[in-house]
Design a protein around this ligand. Structure first.
Ligand code: ADP
Ligand code: MG
Length: 599
């Protein structure tokens, strides 16, 4: 096995590596580091998440820059503020035994003057997000005209987020003679365009397969607001008519509740958890094995022993607390050489867990959209047509054919097909016809551009939204402290919360409609000192300048505004959840009671 020494790294770096506890180089490091140290070349390196790409460019860049000069010599572009900080921290650890090497992070959402001051003191390496970098170039707060090395880290991600133009602009401020190192998990077309356009005969290294690794399991996540988990689950099931799946919930209560709801809504589902008797559990498992049950809703503990092949989907209704548990869950599918899908329903506040899982499993998740009602109707329609085509004819029907022909004699072939298909299709159509989009933007830590992309399929969310919150003066709040509380809890900027109006036992405030989902999901089952703090969209738009939330008024149809909390039309004509009052979470019960107290 190659050691770090063999790659040509200096003593100071080797000492830092020892401190970090890295024993041997990862594959991408082993391949990239010697090339980057020995030659002045452009490089394209493809390796999955968690393979140690940061050190693969970090060690060489530190070794190659001239620490006696204060000039900025290296620029690393990375897609998000989090990554930018992470890379900066790593580089600081790598260079701890170097004298006079300064690495500065530049990213949005923090003081630009502070960052400019740090740069002015002399930063040989700048790690930046494209948006803020461009801003600082335009304001002449940085000078990258003399850099020798430019790293495009997570290039696929940066391009996904719409940073192409920014990157182009930034690169146009750098000298032609520099070396450009591009690191990416995947090589979509946009990345090869960048490579062609801005790099000169780059060397290429690839670690592992170019696509999603060795596993048969595809990992997907769907971002919804906390209270849309169940409708989202139904849509995922309806999108996959032949689904044979295990659905994981965190608690026994949720497991039971979700299974009951699915059964009530007409799915073939069963619950598996520790509160059932051994006998009940055996029955459920045997039905599942015989595929009499399509969806098994289970807790992690109860599902531990399940070894059923052919499971097409694992659905994480909620993410587990431990990352390790996720691996066990997703391992239920993709068995015996078959392929499988592991789907995760997440709220935006849980998105960072997806990143941790990616690092752990060394595989990228696909960010997917919950299909719209119309898409599901289409899928169901084709499924039905195929089902009819593949149905084995029951020969006994023959005897009745003359009579049936007589009944249908005036119906032509096209109409007949329409009618047959409508028997089942109308049920879905009526249910999904006027439903809203369930997707939440997953771009909270990303650029505005990224947000636009992710919002493309969303219901309109413009203007400002007024909220009701069940804390007020008696809880010790005034408008300023309530504003701070909401802002800090949700993680918003200074001016995101406005028109705060504190009453004795409750309050109102406004935000821009684009962050409504974030507000509502943060305050789902949210407790302070053991007490539920609930936020809901206020039926009183007052203080919002008279702008009404378009999303809501189209939902209620009649123009009568109502709180988005209780019933909603996306559950179609069924309104099933009413019969679940007794198994609703205590949080919801409380808030309903509280609401009737006030309104
Ligand atoms: P990538 O950028 O490819 O997603 P990172 O550079 O973030 O991966 O590295 C993932 C994790 O692996 C980090 O916690 C890092 O400290 C660790 N790591 C990197 N190289 C090594 C190594 N040679 N030995 C052990 N751990 C390593
Ligand atoms: Mg990385």
């Amino acid at each position: 096995m190659t050691k770090f020494e063999a790659l040509g790294l200096e003593k100071t770096l080797l000492n830092a590596i020892t401190d970090l506890g890295f024993e041997k180089p990862s594959e991408v490091q082993e391949k990239a580091i010697p090339i980057l140290l020995e030659t002045e070349t452009d490089l394209v390196a493809l390796a999955q998440t968690g393979t140690g790409k940061t050190a693969a460019f970090g060690f060489p860049i530190i070794q190659k820059i001239d620490s006696n000069s204060r000039t900025t010599q290296g620029l690393i572009l990375s897609p998000t503020r989090e990554l930018c900080l992470q890379i900066t921290n790593e580089l600081k650890l790598y260079s701890k035994y170097e004298k006079n090497i300064s690495t500065v992070a530049i990213y949005g959402g923090a003081s630009i003057t502070d960052q400019a001051r740090q740069i002015k003191r002399g930063a040989q390496i700048i790690v930046a997000t494209p948006g803020r970098m461009k801003d600082m170039i335009n304001r002449r707060l940085v000078d990258i005209s003399k850099i020798d090395y430019c790293v495009l880290d997570e290039a696929d991600e940066m391009l996904n987020m719409g940073f192409f133009e920014d990157i182009k602009d930034i690169l146009s401020n750098t000298p032609d003679e520099k070396s450009t190192w591009l690191f990416s998990a995947t090589m979509p077309r946009e990345v090869s365009i960048i490579a062609k356009k801005f790099m000169h005969n780059p060397q290429e290294i690839t670690v592992g397969t170019k696509n999603a690794g060795t596993s048969n399991v595809q990992h997907e996540y769907y971002v919804v607001s906390g209270r849309d988990r169940y409708p989202a689950l139904k849509r995922l099931a309806d999108t996959n008519p032949n689904i044979f799946s295990v659905i994981f919930c965190r608690t026994k209560r949720d497991t039971q509740r979700v299974a009951e709801k699915l059964i009530e809504d007409g799915y073939s589902a069963g619950a598996l958890h520790g509160d059932l008797s051994q006998n009940q559990r055996d029955l459920v498992m045997s039905s599942f094995r015989k595929k009499q049950i399509q969806m098994l809703v289970a807790t992690d503990v109860a599902a531990r022993g399940i070894d059923v092949d052919d499971i097409t989907h694992v659905i994480n209704y909620q993410l587990p607390d431990e990352i390790e548990t996720y691996t066990h869950r997703s391992g239920r599918t993709g068995r015996a050489g078959k392929s499988g899908v592991s789907m995760v329903i997440v709220t935006r506040s849980e998105l960072r867990k997806i990143k941790s899982i990616e690092n752990k499993i060394h595989q990228k998740f696909l960010s997917k959209k919950i299909p719209t009602g119309i898409e599901i109707c289409e899928i169901q329609l084709y499924h039905l047509a195929n089902k009819i085509k593949d149905t084995k004819i029951n020969e006994d029907v023959e005897n009745y054919l003359p009579a049936i022909n007589e009944v249908l004699k005036d119906v032509d072939r096209d109409d007949l097909i329409k009618k047959i298909v409508s028997v089942e299709f109308t049920r879905f159509y009526n249910y999904y016809n006027k439903t809203k989009d369930l997707n939440s933007s997953d771009s909270h830590e990303r650029s505005d551009r990224g947000q636009d992309r992710n919002n493309r399929n969303q219901a309109p969310t413009s203007g400002s939204v007024r909220y009701f919150i069940n804390v007020g003066e008696k809880d010790g709040y005034d408008w300023m402290s309530l504003k701070d509380f909401v802002r800090d809890t949700v993680g918003l900027q200074q001016d995101d919360v406005f028109k705060v109006d504190v009453k004795e036992s409750f309050s109102f405030f406004n935000t821009d409609a684009v962050i409504t989902d974030k507000i509502l999901s943060t305050f789902t089952e949210f407790k302070v000192d053991g007490r539920f703090v609930n936020v809901e969209v206020s039926k009183n738009p007052g203080g919002g300048g008279g702008r009404r939330d378009r999303k809501k008024s189209s939902r209620s149809g009649s123009g009568r505004e109502r709180s988005s909390y209780g019933g909603n039309s996306r559950n179609g004509g069924k309104r099933r959840e009413r019969s679940y009052g007794k198994s609703e979470s205590s949080g919801n019960r409380r808030s309903k009671k509280r609401k009737s107290d006030f309104f």
